[in-house]
Design a protein around this ligand. Structure first.
Ligand code: SF4
Length: 697
């Protein structure tokens, strides 16, 4: 009823990568409720987070003034109550806080070299904020030590896609499943993590599409699946190579496609001979006949898609897992046509855009390599001639190691929460405590802000203008519905102010000017102007000012030097840490429907917090019985890195040797337990597998 609100503002949901368009209903300067709009990714639909997860923006814990650590504050640690910080921080003016931030970080640069300072951005940033943030680190400090949470989600997927198809983005939108007759969903739980995308997957099965779900953990999508492969954790490569082996042995591959568009097939075929399904069945725990049936179903499809999530990517062999999926699509010619393609389901609402915008240590915007003199020169032209460092920078996990080693002494962290999100939290938190200057820009006093010297109060999604890019490569406009609280400011303007105080001649007055500069350096934004985005969402690439964008890529070859996609054989590698007598079970981590990442937003959203108020883990009923426990009892989980205590749920979706732990709860932080070992290519930590001991608490 329009009497319920004064104003309605069209924007984009701030949570997952689906990028649902929303209408924010505003009354008396507050968002009262949210409805779904007819966006290209949601057609009016919303999940529980999008519909009810908005009122954190009005929470009393919002940061409303700049803060500076008191001279007599206790030693840095998790010792700050976000509602009562007076013993640790004091209020400051913007002038004092920005001068302190620029003085601290700039002083390190001037006295010890720019490489003493690193930047962590966030996939919650708009495209313009991400662009400015990476530019500030590159131009203001003279190096490429800038990264964000893509490192913790799909970095291995991107490394495999860049290597083998020449582009890190999805090759087809998820809506293309409407044109498919077979789809694989592996290592993803879309009903919990991409709920609106899952509605399209369910509709696909109702039209007769065959859905093949592969996951070590059971899930609700199983009810819609033609095949459910609940394989042993850590055996993705064995299972996928066995399926590819059947395609080779039974001659089910697409010779014409392979000859026309790929390279490396002969070596791949030879490699796959070693993955006989009868032998691999024992490794992955899926019967050989099922592996054969899946191979025949996928290869026999007229059009087939592959979707994957962090169950594939968050392993020390995450890049190998993705290589197998790419090979499967290539050998069957299931790419570049309607209803075909590779789609790593992006986690955060703007992880695609933040990556596109260059917040990555090895790439300038649009994945242009920092090691290319020609590319650097083109950016130096636009950026006023300041030389760009020709060396790749450090990644998230490497930056924290470099803090421990004494190479990095200052950090600027924007909207990211490594004191909760990094693996082996004791190590990460000790690094934050060691910094000589930590500047945190955020909307809440997060666990990371506990360690800050200066805290800059920023804007929530509903308080600012800016574009975001969803998992489908759809660029959409976010709009302000309410002003930031107190003295909080839009992030682009804080970054610009800080850059000026660091000596850069930036003069942006609105994000549209930042976008215009981005468009000069990023061909992916050709034909996509700010004014156009004010009117409509556009999928990149867009071939003309009226083209709504291309849902499918690579119909005519691949953006690699040879113009061909590549097969890269993948070998079975064991997880870094396998169960033993002391730690006999497998720990895996992930999200749950109601909560978002480290919980700083959704645990302050009234409805979501009421539905899921307590830290929990999931164990198989037989595991609970064996320990003499019932659902609701408390357990302790211990790995080589730490212990947490929390409530146990009974859940038949996990196997008896596994425990599933959501990572949203600070009181039982999953990453106190996780293994920091990384994939050598994507540098992503192994969040999905660690050896753990479970005991009654
Ligand atoms: Fe928001 Fe994702 Fe839910 Fe859509 S599916 S409403 S983008 S959390």
């Amino acid at each position: 009823d329009s009497a319920d609100f004064d104003e309605e503002i069209a924007s984009v949901c701030p949570f997952c990568g689906v990028g649902c368009q929303i209408s924010l209903k505003v009354k008396d300067g507050r968002v009262k409720y949210v409805d779904g709009l007819n966006g290209p990714a949601n057609e009016g639909r919303l999940c529980v987070k999008g519909r009810f997860g908005f009122d954190y923006i009005h929470h009393p814990h919002r940061l409303t003034v700049p803060l500076i650590r008191r001279d007599d504050a206790p030693a840095k640690g998790l010792n700050v109550d976000p509602g009562n910080w007076g013993d640790v921080f004091r209020e400051a003016t913007w002038e004092e806080a920005l001068s302190r931030a620029a003085g601290g970080l700039g002083g390190l640069r001037d006295n010890q070299g720019g490489a003493a300072v690193a930047g962590f951005g966030s996939a919650k940033c708009t495209n313009e904020e991400a662009y400015l943030f990476q530019k500030l680190i590159r131009q203001g400090f003279g190096h490429n030590n800038v990264d964000h949470c893509t490192r913790l989600c799909h970095a291995s997927s991107v490394s495999a896609l860049m290597e083998n198809v020449g582009s890190g983005a999805v090759t087809a939108t998820f809506n293309e499943i409407e044109n498919a007759d077979v789809a694989i969903v592996i290592g993803a739980n879309p009903i919990e993590n991409h709920p609106v995308a899952a509605t399209y997957f369910k509709q696909f099965t109702k039209r007769g599409g065959k859905l093949i779900v592969m996951d070590p953990r059971g899930q609700a999508l199983k009810r819609f699946a033609s095949h459910m492969l609940q394989f042993k954790p850590g055996t993705d490569v064995a299972m996928l190579n066995a399926i590819c082996n059947v395609i080779v042995e039974e001659g089910l591959f697409d010779r014409q496609y392979i000859d026309g568009y790929t390279e490396g097939w002969e070596a791949e075929q030879v490699h796959l001979r070693g993955f006989d399904p009868d032998r691999m069945a024992a490794v992955c725990g899926v019967e050989a006949d099922v592996l054969r049936d899946v191979a025949r179903t996928f290869a026999g499809a007229k059009a087939a898609m592959i979707f994957w999530g962090m169950g594939v990517s968050q392993h020390t062999y995450g890049t190998d897992n993705a290589r197998c999926l790419i090979s499967l699509a290539l050998m069957t010619g299931q790419i570049g046509r309607p209803g075909t393609g590779l789609h790593p389901l992006r986690g955060q609402n703007n992880v695609q855009g933040a990556s596109d915008s260059g917040m990555i240590p090895m790439f300038l915007p649009d994945y242009q390599s920092v090691t290319s003199a020609e590319i650097r020169a083109s950016f130096e032209d636009v950026w006023g001639g300041v030389p760009i460092d020709p060396n790749k920078g450090l990644t998230v996990t490497e930056i924290l190691d470099a803090v421990h080693d004494g190479q990095i002494k200052g950090m600027y962290i924007l909207g990211e929460n490594p004191a909760m999100s990094d693996p082996d939290l004791d190590h990460a938190r000790a690094a934050l405590a060691k910094l000589e200057c930590l500047v945190v820009q955020d909307i809440f006093l997060t666990e990371t802000a506990n360690y800050a010297d200066v805290i800059l109060p920023a804007s929530a999604f509903a308080e600012k203008s800016g574009t975001v890019t969803n998992t489908n490569r759809q660029v959409q406009m976010g709009r302000p519905a309410v002003p930031p609280p107190g003295q909080a400011r839009e992030d682009w303007s804080i970054i610009t102010d800080l850059a000026q105080r660091l000596g850069l001649d930036w003069a942006y007055t609105h994000p549209r000017e930042v976008y215009a500069e981005m468009a000069r350096t990023m061909s992916s934004l050709d034909n996509i102007t700010w004014d156009r985005l004010e009117r409509e969402a556009v999928t990149y690439p867009s071939l003309s000012p009226t083209d709504p964008g291309q849902p499918i890529m690579f119909a005519d070859g691949f953006p690699r030097e040879t113009g061909r996609a590549k097969f890269t054989p993948a070998n079975v590698i064991a997880p870094d840490e396998v169960p033993d007598a002391d730690y006999p079970m497998i720990l895996t981590t992930g999200r749950q429907l109601e909560h978002w990442h480290t919980g700083s937003m959704t645990r302050r959203a009234t409805v979501l917090d009421a539905v899921e108020p307590e830290a929990n883990c999931s164990l198989h009923p037989s595991t609970l019985r064996r320990m003499g426990l019932a659902a609701g009892d408390r357990v302790s989980l211990t790995t080589r890195r730490g212990t947490v205590e929390l409530m146990a749920r009974a859940d038949r979706a996990v196997s008896p040797d596994m425990v599933f732990l959501p990572f949203a709860y600070v009181e039982a932080a999953a990453n106190l337990l996780t293994n920091p070992a990384i994939d050598p290519y994507g540098k992503i930590p192994e969040f999905k597998f660690a050896a753990v001991r479970v005991e009654p608490a």
